[in-house]
Design a protein around this ligand. Structure first.
Ligand code: ADP
Ligand code: MG
Length: 318
């Protein structure tokens, strides 16, 4: 059984596990699952609402849409009102991951054309009514000339002015790359979640994107390291989370293990965090959502093999 253990006293010289330069490992005291998940209280919402958060990466296929769906629904389950904007115009798929593809009748393009009202384009989730999806355009349709960051700023202002009140979170699923679609998606955001996998191509793109976000005035950038495989880290075939943290120098919002349940849930249109019993990646997304709410971060993470077989929750050291 694997175990994901937060470190209390991270010392890079001891914890750095580079694929080509094995370093000694230290043992860490497991902590209780309750102190991590804190199910016995509601998280304290930090910062001003709406919190406009862009989920970005640079490289495609690293888990932005998966993160948007799972963190978004976790926030809704915690009682916060959430609007998720699918700004990945060319390869829109957030609706599929949420199982809402048949309910998208109108998009932002129709709202801007005056063909429908904003509330007609907002698709309420089937399970959590405080979660709404907003798509920028229909699949394969072209954006109107001049559609850009200003349109998204207008959209955020319009969401603030709704009768229902200001949403707690506006989460923007960003397209891959660093061209016009990326610039449009990050324009209204005041914080960013950078999703990366522990491989060199993803890290290079993530580093470039970090620079661009900072240039755009987004200073609150946290990272999620996705598709982490303990067996590969142990075999020194994959960078450890500490390597990633050292390379990017960003606060850590969460570490998501590689989990076949993610692919299963993607294909079912049923986000992982809703699974009962929860999958490991689902629990990790839930913890990341907690940290996002409280503007908190993890200090450092070590993924290690447990000495002997234990229960399911031993993943979290419980
Ligand atoms: P992006 O939006 O960055 O292009 P997606 O969220 O669409 O990436 O994910 C790309 C693929 O990777 C999907 O098939 C998804 O199911 C898979 N995936 C994402 N995260 C994980 C994970 N932690 N474990 C296993 N598969 C994953
Ligand atoms: Mg995507």
């Amino acid at each position: 059984m694997i175990s994901l253990q937060p470190l209390t006293n991270p010392k890079p010289s001891l914890l750095y596990v580079h694929p080509f330069s094995p370093k000694p490992r230290t043992k860490f005291k497991p902590i209780s699952i309750h102190s991590l998940l804190q199910y016995n209280r509601k998280p304290q919402l930090a910062g001003e609402t709406p919190r406009v958060v862009v989920i970005t990466s640079g490289k495609g296929g690293v888990g932005k849409t998966t993160t948007t769906a799972n963190i978004g629904l976790s926030l809704a389950r915690l009682g916060f009102s959430v609007v998720a904007i699918d700004a990945d115009v060319g390869l829109r798929n957030l609706d599929l991951l949420l199982g809402l593809e048949n309910r998208v009748n109108y998009t932002v393009v129709e709202v801007l054309n005056g063909d429908c009202r904003l509330d007609q384009a907002l698709v309420r989730d089937k399970r959590w009514s405080n979660f709404e999806l907003l798509c920028i355009s229909k699949p394969r349709s072209k954006l109107p000339l001049g559609f850009g960051g200003k349109a998204l700023i207008w959209l955020v202002e319009a969401l603030k002015a709704r009768e229902e009140g200001v949403p707690d979170f506006i989460i923007i699923d960003c397209p891959a790359g660093i061209d016009a679609g990326f610039i449009t998606a990050i324009t209204p955001a005041n914080e960013a979640v950078l999703v990366t996998t522990p491989d060199i191509t993803s890290l290079r793109d993530a580093d470039r994107v970090t620079g661009l976000l900072e240039c755009d005035g987004i200073r609150d950038i946290k990272m999620i390291v996705n598709r982490v495989r303990t067996d590969m880290i142990k075999g020194e075939d994959m960078m450890s989370v500490l390597d990633v943290q050292e390379m990017l120098g960003l606060p850590l919002l969460g570490v998501i293990p590689e989990d076949t349940e993610v692919i299963r849930s993607t294909n079912r249109g049923y986000p992982l965090v809703l699974n009962k019993p929860p999958a490991l990646a689902g629990l990790a997304f839930e913890q990341a959502a907690w940290r996002l709410v409280e503007q908190d971060s993890m200090k450092a993470v070590m993924v290690e093999e447990e000495p002997k077989k234990r229960g399911f929750f031993s993943f979290f050291g419980g």
